[in-house]
Design a protein around this ligand. Structure first.
Ligand code: ATP
Ligand code: MG
Length: 473
């Protein structure tokens, strides 16, 4: 993508309405624009990140056996009257009336609708288990929408719903989501800690919020420090086997949100040096609720002995749009955003310091053409007439993982300057090396994954890998 043709409305001054760093940086980097309180347009750069996050979630959900569908944003009030939630939900629900005087609502969540779909289509225990999910915009008329997309009124959620014959099956479904969530957040470069959360009147231990530690977080949380750096299980688990040991390994140590916190137990179970009390951002919530919706809505199947059985359900949410902000909270510096490669809107920012100079132009075109990916979103080529300082500042602000700078002196000698945004490491390399290194890096996250699965290296390029490793330090 050529910057001269792209749409990237950067803001120089710090927007006064933004109280936290992610909101400030998203506005300054031209990622979002507020249309009304808690309602945003996603400008191209922000939208590109949102799509990357969506895709990671999709891949990990599918890997765990969940199946994607799409339900509408508007729902009939009558459906919600069946579960009793139409009246119970309160002023957070946006209620709408159509021209036929029919009551509708803009979905704040989809338990009723998915239960309606399942009850109309699934008749036998043989059709279970099922886990259905979608990614759809939600509306909640929050009392205090704030912090940009962190707490919006309209926001994008991934919500999955599991359906099982009995509680043992439901627990297995829950565990699959638990592990899938660990892998999902790890792929985004996040350390998300599962913490015991409120189950409401249902009770039990099957409710966890996935929390990212951040001073600006809205939740107060308490946990054992060792949980923070515990690695994710990775994709190679036996998805149809027993995942309980993996879940237990992460639920044995103390971790609870405010509502579930027990101070005495915290002090008894966690040695003083390991106690962490911090603020956190909730990026996901998984929840087993049994027959809460299937009972009043009569979602039943015939069991193995022919008797009628009420379906056991759980729901599993991820704040897709909130994650964009949460990742920035976890990864930025005083100059701007630092995107993890897996969610970066472009992998490489190519800076031409002297557009119009024949050698600079030729070298930039060579790099640009060599690195362009089919979707056109691997390289953002700054071909504008801005002065050098402004170009560097803009690239740092939007946080692409790699910068490649071409100036008249270097172009004369066939040299490009590479910079890793995260480490700040810089290195001058011949243009061919730059092409090899950056093209490798464009696909490096995928290569890492493939090699991990294969248990071996799949290609040479040792020298290139060494430079990448060095620069990322
Ligand atoms: P919160 O306590 O933050 O209001 P919640 O318990 O209401 O969250 P859920 O109903 O479990 O949230 O929704 C699933 C996920 O959707 C949450 O984990 C969060 O990441 C995200 N989410 C919830 N409300 C918002 C919002 N107003 N703006 C952005 N994301 C949200
Ligand atoms: Mg809420």
């Amino acid at each position: 993508m050529r910057l001269s043709r792209y749409f990237l409305p950067l803001i120089k001054e710090n927007p006064s309405e933004a109280q936290i760093v992610s909101h400030r940086l998203m506005l300054r980097a031209g990622m979002i624009r507020q249309e009304a309180a808690g309602i945003y347009s996603w400008l191209p750069l922000g939208f590109a990140v949102l799509k990357k996050i969506e895709q990671i979630i999709r891949e990990e959900m599918n890997r765990a056996g969940a199946i994607e569908l799409l339900m509408p944003t508007l729902q009939l009030a009558d459906l919600w009257r069946e579960s009793g939630r139409y009246d119970a939900y309160g002023p957070e629900m946006l209620r709408i009336r159509d021209r036929h005087e029919r009551d509708l609502l803009y979905g704040p969540t989809n338990e009723e609708m998915i239960t309606g779909i399942v009850r109309a289509t699934i008749r036998s225990y043989k059709d279970l288990p099922k886990n259905l999910y979608h990614m759809q915009w939600k509306f909640r008329d929050e009392v205090r929408p704030r912090f940009g997309v962190m707490r919006g009124r309209e926001f994008l959620m991934k919500d999955a719903y599991s359906f099982d014959l009995d509680e043992a099956g439901a627990r297995a479904s829950y565990n699959r989501m638990f592990v899938a969530y660990l892998n999902t957040f790890a792929r985004m470069g996040l350390k998300a800690v599962p913490m015991r959360a409120d189950t409401g009147p249902i009770g039990g231990d099957l409710s966890h919020e996935f929390i990212i530690l951040a001073d600006t977080g809205e939740s107060q949380v308490f946990c054992h420090k060792d949980l923070i750096d515990m690695p994710a299980p990775g994709p190679d688990v036996d998805w149809n086997g027993n995942l309980q040991p993996l879940v237990d390994a992460r639920t044995q140590l103390y971790a609870a949100t405010d509502e579930k916190h027990e101070a005495a137990r915290f002090e008894k179970e966690v040695p003083e040096g390991k106690r962490l009390s911090a603020r956190g951002i909730e990026v996901g919530h998984i929840f087993y609720f049994g027959e809460k919706y299937s009972k009043p809505m009569r979602a039943v199947v015939s069991g193995p002995d022919g008797s009628e059985r009420i379906i056991q359900s759980g729901s599993y949410g991820i704040g897709v749009s909130r994650l964009v902000a949460a990742i920035i909270e976890a990864s930025h510096d005083e100059n701007g955003i630092i995107w993890p490669e897996s969610v970066a809107p472009f992998k490489v920012g190519l800076i031409n310091l002297r557009p119009g100079d024949a050698k600079c132009d030729a070298m930039c075109e060579q790099l640009y053409n060599a690195l362009r990916w089919p979707d056109g979103m691997s390289v953002l080529y700054d071909d504008t007439d801005e002065r050098a300082g402004a170009k560097f500042a803009a690239m740092d602000l939007i946080g692409l993982p790699w910068q490649a700078t071409v100036g008249p002196k270097g172009a004369e000698k066939g040299i490009v300057e590479l910079k890793n945004r995260k480490s700040g490491a810089k290195r001058e390399v011949p243009v061919q090396t730059a092409i090899r290194l950056l093209s490798f890096s464009v696909i490096s996250t995928e290569i890492d994954e493939i090699e991990k699965n294969a248990g071996s290296r799949i290609s040479g390029d040792e020298d290139i890998r060494e430079i990448i490793r060095e620069m990322k330090k």
